[in-house]
Design a protein around this ligand. Structure first.
Ligand code: HEC
Ligand code: HEC
Ligand code: HEC
Length: 360
């Protein structure tokens, strides 16, 4: 078998295994259009009973979930054993938490989005319940514990008002080190030039690497420093090369990536949103008889979210996420699922600003 065929075969196997193990939903928002309308009984326990207390129990429970969900059908082996033929597989599970903060991990497991647009594969929505998410996140952190201890003790911080001259100066480094040959960030966006026949003659930006605009939300600052010093140590499976960045430039680049994008600001508060949804939506989405298990009469109901077809749940609002199901449902709105344009804009602004005040 050709290496590429072998991978496709493995992925197909993994997909079948996932379907068999439970329900898979694509992170692709278009796939949500097929969401069936059948209401489903809530068969899952609400409470998360005592989580594993020892490392052995944690590992046993987490490996059970990983086997049932066939995570390693798509993620590279933890020991990094791999060949270039596997260039499109997802990162090794043991190497994720060294880069990602815990709250981001938990959010992503519940509701994945696209990080690497250059890869054809996407992380599927697995409909994990609260306990599975918590056990997996703790286990990923445990697997990465030794690598986390290798990170520098302090990293750059995100500042409320980063100084403009420093931003301008650091931005030049992106060009100096050719970062934008592969990535995009803010004004540096994807550029594609085609000849008259439509063939790509020049391509630049995020078609080869993640967009860095929102990278501040998903990386540990210390990891940024360590990684920019020696990319192959931290992402050996990736095409990001050794760039020989000087020590001062490493600090400035890491600081820049954390501070380039201003915090999304909003004056819209959780009570504003609650009042709006209670008024417009709680007729059908209420505690007593919630359509699709979704209670929109309170912010904790928004957090608890929607019942999926397997009796699992996914949140209606995912802080910072453009692909929050609530926005998706309203975007393809019918008469019951429409808001006035200005209310829609306020709801969107609140979610993109991190949904401040959303109940846990
Ligand atoms: C069908 C293939 C597939 C399965 C099954 C799968 N993943 Fe993924 N996962 C991916 C892909 C592809 C990505 C990279 C997504 C991107 O970059 O846009 C990913 C990304 C991730 C990330 C974020 C990685 C990062 O960049 O930091 C985490 C965490 C993760 N997966 C955990 C899991 C866990 C835990 C399971 C099992 C419960 C699982 N995945 C099952 C394909 C899969
Ligand atoms: C040859 C292409 C290339 C160049 C040049 C390059 N990168 Fe990357 N970079 C990548 C790829 C590919 C990844 C994705 C690695 C993975 O799959 O985890 C990446 C990942 C990253 C990440 C992590 C993104 C995330 O979502 O966690 C950061 C941060 C980053 N690069 C910064 C930089 C900076 C800063 C420079 C310039 C100093 C640079 N890169 C130059 C290809 C490149
Ligand atoms: C007349 C009753 C009714 C009203 C009013 C209503 N909904 Fe729904 N909603 C439903 C039903 C039934 C479903 C399940 C079928 C579907 O998705 O259309 C649903 C599904 C949903 C879903 C889950 C869909 C998915 O695929 O993730 C969300 C999110 C949602 N509604 C949000 C809202 C919001 C926000 C409002 C207020 C603007 C609202 N609904 C008003 C009846 C209603």
């Amino acid at each position: 078998m050709q290496p590429r065929t072998a991978i496709l075969f493995l992925l197909a196997l993994a997909a079948v295994a996932c379907l068999w193990a439970g329900c898979v939903k694509s992170a692709d928002p278009a796939a949500e259009n097929n969401h069936p309308n059948r209401p489903v009984a809530d068969s899952r326990p609400e409470e998360t009973p005592g989580l594993p207390t020892t490392d052995d129990e944690l590992a046993a429970e987490a490996e059970g979930i990983i086997a049932r969900r066939a995570c390693r059908g798509c993620h590279r082996p933890d020991d990094g054993s791999d060949t270039a033929s596997a260039a499109n597989l997802a990162p090794p599970l043991a190497r994720i938490a060294e880069r990602r903060p815990g709250d981001w991990l938990r959010r992503f497991l519940r509701y994945p989005y696209t990080i690497r647009p250059h890869q054809p594969e996407r992380m599927p929505r697995l409909g994990l319940d609260d306990r599975e998410v918590e056990v997996l996140a703790r286990y990923l952190e445990w697997l990465a514990r030794e690598r986390i201890s290798l990170l520098p003790a302090v990293g750059p911080a995100r500042e409320a008002k980063p100084r403009h001259p420093r931003l301008l100066n650091a931005r030049r480094l992106l060009v100096k080190y050719n970062c934008m040959n592969c990535h995009s960030l803010g004004k540096h966006q994807i550029r594609i030039q085609r000849d008259e026949q439509g063939n790509v003659v020049f391509q630049h930006g995020a078609l080869q690497a993640p967009d860095l605009t929102k990278v501040w939300q998903r990386v540990r600052p210390q990891w940024l420093v360590a990684m920019i010093q020696h990319p192959p140590d931290w992402m050996p499976w990736s095409r990001m090369p050794e760039l020989n960045v000087t020590e001062q430039d490493v600090q400035d680049l890491a600081w820049y990536l954390l501070n380039a994008e201003p915090s999304p600001a909003t004056r819209v508060t959780a009570p504003d949103v609650e009042a709006l949804l209670k008024d417009r939506c709680a007729g059908c989405h209420n505690v007593d008889d919630p359509a699709r298990g979704l209670d929109l009469s309170s912010s904790s109901g928004m957090r608890r979210g929607v019942l999926d077809d397997c009796g699992g749940r996914y949140p209606a609002v995912v802080p910072f996420a453009e692909n929050s199901p609530l926005l998706g449902r309203l975007a393809r709105g019918d008469a019951d699922h429409t808001l006035r344009a200005e209310d829609m804009a306020r709801l969107r602004e609140w979610i993109l600003a991190g949904a401040p005040g959303l109940a846990d």
